[in-house]
Design a binder for this molecule. Structure first.
Ligand code: PRP
Ligand code: URA
Length: 207
């Protein structure tokens, strides 16, 4: 399944990202903020467990998210601010890393580095702001499935319809939560209107 956010705050923040005057610092902080809202929406039906906490009035049984069943995996570079934001909400979640770079001529993604903890029997949140052709996401999902992930949920900020279709065809079992589905891919496989190169915008390397 894929679900596009209808949250007006999410849409507002996405449009802050579109503005070329938005600095790298604000760009990263805004990605962090959107990611925190999106993970809350994506977790609304996630299992909880009873835990006993010591409160100011004594012991209390409460329902807590099973955070130990979650692993956060950003696709670097541009996924890094998503991880930073979500870790402020879920500081006890484990994290893994995939560093991928898309060849701008062929749009083929290449994996340069991975460091994934044990994800067997875990739900993995795969974090990448952009779905253009969907190639990077498909390869990332392939990799995580090879490592035994029980369930994969993809959190994305801006997507082209073509990319979502490609990911759904390759991995129909993966749930995709996307903040904004834009119009189309252009002839250079960039999302229109999109954000430009999200990694360059986030890390001030776009000149
Ligand atoms: C961007 C983006 C995705 C990918 C999307 O990363 O963050 O990972 O491109 O394109 P696709 O759907 O066609 O694969 P990029 O490879 O430019 O690396 P970066 O994050 O270091 O900028
Ligand atoms: N990667 C980006 O960062 N932006 C696009 O529009 C396409 C791929």
């Amino acid at each position: 399944m894929y679900k596009e956010s209808t949250n007006v705050v999410v849409k507002h923040l996405i449009n802050r990202l579109r503005d070329v005057h938005t600095s790298s610092n604000e760009f990263r902080l805004t990605i962090e903020e959107i990611s925190r809202i999106m993970v809350s929406e994506a977790l609304c039906n996630f299992p909880t467990v009873t835990q006993t906490v010591k409160t100011w009035q004594g012991s209390l049984d409460v329902q807590m998210l099973e955070v130990q069943k979650l692993v956060l995996v950003p696709i670097l570079r541009a996924g890094e601010p998503m991880l930073t934001g979500i870790l402020r909400t879920l500081p006890y979640a484990k994290s893994g890393f995939l560093a991928m770079k898309r060849d701008e001529e062929t749009a083929e993604s290449k994996l340069f580095y991975e460091n994934i903890p044990n994800i067997e029997d875990k739900t993995v949140f795969l974090l990448d702001p952009m779905i253009a052709t969907g190639g990077s996401l498909i390869d990332g999902i392939d990799y995580l499935k090879g490592k035994g992930a029980k369930r994969i949920i993809s959190l994305n900020l801006v997507a082209a319809p073509e990319g979502i279709k490609n990911v759904q065809e390759a991995h129909p079992d993966v749930d995709i939560f996307v903040a904004q589905v834009d119009e189309r891919l252009d002839e250079n496989n960039y999302i229109r209107p999109g954000l430009g190169d999200a990694g360059d915008r986030a890390f001030n390397t776009n000149d």
